[in-house]
Design a protein around this ligand. Structure first.
Ligand SMILES: [Mg+2]
Length: 321
């Protein structure tokens, strides 16, 4: 697959590919800019320090890094990028005028994927950058497939488990609430029995799409928990925010108007939701919070479905103080 086909293959839209060009000499940056202009988005830095902060904030897809610079050298910049989990997967190509073997060997040792020599040859530079961008997209794609539910294209259970552990620790550190919303489709077994499994799959896909409307913040996650069950992680969201989000999702599913003759909550497909909110602490666990959400989901079912029930353990704790 070429670059463009790879970009198309992603389950989510991939924006324009971004190249970071780092060189202390503006004239060298300009030469590279001319090669990429109109093909990629080009970010520029004239020092190692600037390059590192740009990488953290903007996550470019590839870096062309000058070796000899005042302040942080290219080698040092590369070492630091490779030492940090957020930037270690960005491929680094060194751009150097010192055409020496020892220099190249050291560059590869510290994690560079390739070398380009100055003065640059535009055709060669472009070909090499395209090759390494394609490799980078391939590994991004593999990583994302391993974390995505094949049918509904939302996050899978594995991604959910990883994200819950991370969100729990982050909220514990910051003393902020974490909300979980566990939900499932009402009378889904009866749906499959009447309409068949193929329609059942289409129904799950449509519902997953609608559920996405409830999530607003970049750190919110929607995952397929199993069968007809989905779960949302809402870090930094209190119970009021989580209830709002649950209502948006419930309405969005209702608005799909998928016919369901055998639902007592019908005549359309609906969902029931259980919400649990807590400020993570040492005496609690993500598993316990999930169990609380599950208990609320059970309550919603018992009270007639197509509704949300919640428990706010954060407020309960505050009230006890
Ligand atoms: Mg230089």
């Amino acid at each position: 697959m070429n670059l463009e086909q790879l970009q198309e293959a992603f389950p989510h839209p991939v924006g324009p590919l971004r190249i970071l060009v780092v060189d202390d000499q503006p004239v060298n940056i300009r030469a590279l800019y001319e090669v990429f202009r109109g093909r990629f988005e080009v970010l520029m830095a004239t020092s190692g320090e600037q390059a590192i902060s740009l990488c953290r904030e903007q996550r470019p897809d590839i870096i062309l890094l000058d070796v000899v610079m005042p302040g942080l050298s290219g080698h040092e910049v590369c070492r630091r990028l490779k030492a940090s989990p957020g930037t270690r997967d960005i491929p680094v190509i060194f751009v150097t005028s010192q055409n020496e073997e020892a220099e190249e060997a050291l560059g590869f040792e510290i994690g560079a994927v390739d070398f380009i020599t100055k003065p640059i040859n535009p055709v060669i530079v472009l070909a090499r950058v395209r090759t390494h961008l394609a490799l980078k997209l391939q590994s991004d794609l593999l990583r994302s497939f391993a974390m995505i539910d094949g049918l509904t294209k939302v996050a899978n259970r594995r991604k959910f488990d990883e994200t819950l552990a991370l969100s729990w620790r982050a909220c514990q550190r910051e003393g902020r609430p974490l909300s979980l919303v566990l939900l499932d489709l009402d009378y889904f077994k009866q749906y499959n029995d009447r309409y068949g499994h193929q329609k059942g799959d289409h129904c799950l896909m449509a519902v997953a799409g609608a559920l996405g409307h409830g999530l607003r913040r970049p750190h919110d996650l929607l995952a397929r928990y199993g069968g007809e069950e989905f779960v949302c992680i809402l870090p930094g969201t209190d119970s009021q925010g989580a209830i709002q989000c649950a209502e948006v999702m419930r309405e969005a599913v209702k608005a799909l108007q998928i016919e369901h003759q055998d639902s007592a909550a019908g005549p359309f497909v609906s969902i029931s939701l259980g919400i649990a909110t807590q400020i993570p602490g040492a005496d609690t666990s993500p598993e316990a919070l999930l169990a609380q959400a599950d208990r609320q989901l059970y309550q919603a079912k018992r009270k007639g479905r197509n509704r949300a029930c919640f428990i706010d353990l954060a407020a309960g704790r505050d009230a006890g103080k």
